[in-house]
Design a protein around this ligand. Structure first.
Ligand code: FEO
Length: 162
């Protein structure tokens, strides 16, 4: 049986992963409306990744005999002034998620819930990648600056994400 405080923290993390999916879906729609189809594709794939992150937690809670508590997902921002602003927000969001994972991990350790400690190792590794990829795109956007040709090329590159 899962520890009650850990179960609560996992349900909150489940909500954050679903909120992440919602945020990136909003970014995807905004990019598509601005004809940045490669950026839109990248964000759509990212949104799908977040659903998988949520699903893993959902499955884990149930596997441990716990109770899934689906909470309200807040309405995300609908529009960003630039690709740079959207990816800066994505990078900041990933750092927030990393800290949130660390908090659940610390709680699991303090509660001696070693199964959850082990489960969360996957997220610790995943967050290294999640932060790195959004940060790299922010850096590329910084290099591009206001050059439309650069933005066009990055849009092409990001559109290859599967
Ligand atoms: Fe599920 Fe992007 O962290």
């Amino acid at each position: 049986m899962i520890n009650e405080s850990v179960q609560k923290a996992l349900n909150e993390q489940l909500n954050k992963e679903l909120s992440s999916a919602y945020l990136y879906l909003a970014m995807s729609a905004d990019f598509e409306q601005k004809n940045l189809f490669g950026f839109a594709k990248w964000m759509k794939v990212q949104s799908g990744e977040e659903l998988k992150h949520a699903d893993k937690i959902y499955g884990f809670i149930l596997e441990r005999g716990g109770k899934v508590d689906l909470m309200t997902i807040e309405k995300p921002q609908q529009s960003w002034e630039s690709a740079m602003k959207a990816f800066q927000d994505a990078y900041e969001h990933e750092k927030f998620i990393t800290n949130s994972i660390y908090s659940v991990l610390e709680l699991s350790q303090s509660q001696k819930d070693y199964a959850t400690v082990e489960f969360l190792q996957w997220y610790v590794k995943e967050q290294v990648e999640e932060e790195a990829q959004t940060e790299q795109i922010v850096k590329k956007l910084e290099m591009i600056g206001d050059t439309p040709a650069g933005l066009f090329m990055l849009d092409q590159e990001l559109g290859h994400r599967e």
